[in-house]
Design a protein around this ligand. Structure first.
Ligand code: HEM
Length: 363
């Protein structure tokens, strides 16, 4: 059973982390005892793992994952220095703080009278209007929304397609440098080792992970990183219009904090299923996660491309197309199958510690 499906929707998700497998096992056993004691039943369990190549976490298609993240202003990470395009206001990811437009995201609240122990702070208002009733208590502050998606990854199909597409493209173009690794990288928008196609167009090894490249200014026509590749569709950076600063400002309203965890499990027929539990945090699911998914990743019309969706994760019947532009020509990959199947998922509220204390105070 998948983590959240229409057949068996879930009310709550608990992600357990521990330093060692033994600690994890003990943690899960304790958690199950407590939840069963509270009258809950477990609908699904997914064994998650950080798959590593060297020190870096990789997902099943073979790419380093977890590189490009927004950096929240005011955090220790931001203090270490960050490219302005990745610096975002805390309110994009947390209730109770101002967002990129200077407003407080709308947060779940409770009547002040219910918070008898005075655990929650008052809802912060964007403007004080004289004569308004006192604000309710902010149940959401320091919490956020969590989006979860369980994706099965058809790894053999992906590898096989990239191999065949590379043979055909190398043959048609007479370019022996086109191989399986090249096709996969063009579809994702980075090399497998995490280096960018923009700054490492020939895939020289040892360049390392980089993330401060601009797509519009450095690769306007997608000759290095194709316009329709996964990273370009999920964060077009400065590339959707002429005015770089405006594009980045608009893009900042559509960013998410991501965590991916790989899983391998046997399905009911005994077949091994490989996949990714995709999780992301955002204060406005519609404007952030859903916008990325619908308007960019799944859209058949994106940045001048027509009849294509995200080559790596996009949904399609099987006959997908993917354009790889270069100075001389456009290589069009055809009959791109669906490499990812959504098995489950859901939208959840992730409470702060004070929200949890408040709930306990109401028992
Ligand atoms: C099986 C499913 C998926 C796989 C295998 C996958 C894989 C990857 C990889 C390898 C990267 C590049 C490394 C990085 O920057 O972390 C990446 C970047 C990213 N992905 Fe995905 N992804 C998946 C699903 C999704 C979904 C559903 C979304 C959102 C709708 C998404 C949004 C992003 C974003 C925003 C980036 C960063 C782009 C950037 O800022 O450069 N991904 N993904």
């Amino acid at each position: 059973m998948a983590v959240g499906s229409s057949a068996k929707p879930v009310d709550a998700v608990i992600v357990c982390y521990a330093e060692t497998p033994a600690l994890l096992k003990a943690e899960i056993t304790a958690m199950k005892r407590q939840t069963a004691g509270a009258g809950m039943s477990v609908t699904a369990e997914l064994p998650l793992k950080v798959k590593r190549e060297g020190k870096r976490a990789v997902e099943h298609f073979g790419f380093v994952d977890g590189i490009s993240q927004p950096i929240v202003r005011g955090t220790a990470r931001a203090a270490k220095g960050a490219a302005p395009m990745h610096l975002l206001a805390p309110g994009e990811f947390l209730f109770g703080y101002r967002d990129e437009h200077g407003f407080y995201p709308s947060s779940p609240s409770v009547e002040a009278a219910l918070d008898r122990a005075g655990i929650l702070s008052q809802v912060r208002r964007n403007r004080q209007i004289p004569g308004q009733p006192p604000p309710p208590r902010d149940f959401g502050r320091n919490g956020t929304f969590l989006v979860m998606r369980q994706f099965e990854q058809h790894v053999e199909l992906f590898d096989d397609y990239c191999r065949r597409a590379a043979l055909q493209a190398a043959d048609e173009s007479g370019d022996p440098a086109i191989d399986q690794r090249w096709v996969a990288a063009k579809m994702l928008g980075r090399w497998q080792d995490g280096s960018s196609l923009v700054r490492n167009p020939n895939g020289r090894p040892g360049r390392g992970v980089d993330n401060d490249f601009a797509l519009g200014a450095e690769d306007p026509q997608g000759h290095a990183c194709p316009l329709g590749s996964h990273i370009r569709r999920s964060n077009p950076r400065d590339s959707l219009g002429e005015d770089r600063e405006t594009q980045i400002r608009i893009g900042k309203r559509h960013r998410i904090l991501r965590v991916g965890r790989t899983y391998v499990k046997k399905d009911r027929s005994g077949k091994t299923e490989k996949g990714l539990l995709f999780m992301c945090l955002n204060a406005d699911i519609e404007r952030q996660y859903e916008f990325i998914q619908q308007t960019w990743v799944s859209s058949s019309s994106f940045q001048g491309l027509v009849g294509e969706t995200d080559p790596t994760i996009g949904a399609r019947g099987g006959g997908g197309r993917f354009s790889i532009p270069s100075w001389e020509k456009v290589t069009v990959l055809k009959d791109v199958p669906k490499f990812v199947t959504t098995k489950g998922g859901g939208y959840f509220f992730m409470p702060s510690r004070s929200a949890l204390r408040y709930m306990i105070s109401r028992l």
